[in-house]
Design a protein around this ligand. Structure first.
Ligand code: PMP
Ligand code: GLN
Length: 380
């Protein structure tokens, strides 16, 4: 393994899911739902396959139907207008969008500021691009960003900010005031901001505001999202970038040589998914809101310190309240102790101290599964 990938090894999600399979434990670790997305959208994928749509290489930027559907979605939910031909790029999930963006926009030695705890691919992608990550620590209990610290973290080498809201793993959702302050800084210091918005439709308190909608940000923001979370098809790996044409052109250049294009038939189905009525998006969020309350309440009763998430389908807890000292050791032993798998947030920090005893649980599972998990955790 080269130096750029030194220390990255196996992702914590793969490790913990393998542990769940091996032990038969309830998997509240890796974030994937235990119920697939809408039947009609699955049918759309089957229809595309059967009708020979997308069985051969689709166009590099993604099929026109999906690019159009992405622009309609941005218009419907945020009043944002994009040109489907030059300002949208379909990717193999948000993961590839993040990788292609880093590879396209960063020079070796550039600095990237990102919140920590951070989604694990950020660190790896920044490193693969030869750049340096500069973490900005979000602290319990509310995980609000320290905007003075953000200002202080910007140096002449800072090339971009990599934001994630709603934030995985903490569930923090940036407010309009915070986003406005970040936008003002980006304009003042001439920075590009990459926003990972894969949980855009999973906000229980407040609202999701795309940074690209704020003054001065239209030409300096790269918005990233994906069908995995919103439509419960994490295995389909269809994501997209929306940004000004020069940024999309740069990112497309990198993407061409990563995957060239992502799976064709799923793109037709996701185009239909993006056009589902508002009631789908509201219903999905409300259903998850009930599950959030179920899991958060159960974990509190079981003695965990619970940081109630405003968004995403994760709840971060602190297990120090249970007398535990190390989140990773706790998560490795949890399946054996009580038949549940979780993810240690400590691995998402450069300096593990602030997250040493933080553990994340996913609530995108059937209510009966969550109830059983909570009952088991109550036995600890
Ligand atoms: N960003 C965040 C914050 C995530 O939690 C995930 C996991 N779904 C991704 C990106 C990757 O998304 P995808 O599965 O579409 O590649
Ligand atoms: N985004 C998912 C999570 O945070 C995991 C995706 C993955 O395994 N790479 O759990």
């Amino acid at each position: 393994l080269n130096r750029r990938l030194d220390g990255f090894g196996t992702t914590i999600f793969a490790e913990m899911s393998a542990l769940a399979v091996k032990t038969g434990a309830i998997n509240l670790g890796q974030g994937f739902p235990d119920t697939d997305g809408p039947e009609e959208i699955r049918e759309a994928a089957v229809r595309a396959l059967r009708d020979g749509k997308g069985n051969q290489y689709p166009p590099g930027p993604g099929i026109p139907e999906l690019r159009m559907a992405v622009t309609e979605h941005q218009q419907r939910f945020y009043g944002l207008t994009f040109d489907p031909d030059t300002e949208v790029l379909v990717t193999a999930g948000a993961t590839e969008a993040i990788a292609a963006t880093m590879l396209a926009l960063l020079e070796p030695g550039d600095e990237v500021i990102a919140f920590e705890p951070y989604y694990d691919s950020y660190a790896a992608c920044i490193s693969m691009a030869g750049a340096t990550r500069v973490p900005l620590t979000l602290r319990a209990p509310d995980f609000r960003p320290d905007l003075d610290a953000l200002r202080d973290a910007i140096t002449p080498h800072t090339r971009l900010l990599l934001l994630n809201s709603p934030h995985n793993p903490t569930g923090m959702v940036l407010t309009r005031d915070e986003l406005t302050a970040i936008a003002e800084l980006a304009v003042e210091r001439d920075l590009i901001v990459v926003t990972d918005e894969v949980y855009e439709h999973l906000v229980f308190e407040g609202e999701h505001i795309p940074l690209i909608s704020l003054p001065g940000m239209r030409d300096r923001t790269v918005s990233i999202s994906s069908a995995g979370k919103t439509f419960s098809f994490t295995g389909w790996k269809v994501g997209w970038v929306t940004a000004a044409a020069p940024l999309v052109t740069a990112i497309r250049t990198a993407k061409q040589f990563l995957t060239y294009v992502s799976a064709g038939p799923f793109q037709y189905a996701v185009a239909e998914a993006l056009r589902l009525p508002d009631s789908y998006f509201i219903g999905f969020r409300d259903e998850l809101g009930v599950k959030r309350d179920l899991l958060a309440g159960g974990l509190t009763d079981a003695g965990f310190e619970v940081y109630r998430p405003q968004g995403t389908y994760f709840v971060t807890t602190d297990v120090a309240a249970l007398g535990e000292k190390d989140a990773l050791a706790f998560c490795r032993s949890l399946p054996e102790r009580c038949g549940v798998v979780a993810v240690p947030n400590s691995v998402f920090y450069d300096d593990p101290k602030p997250g040493r005893t933080q553990v994340r649980f996913a609530f995108c599972k059937r209510e009966s599964v969550l109830r059983e998990a909570v009952a088991r955790l109550g036995q600890l």
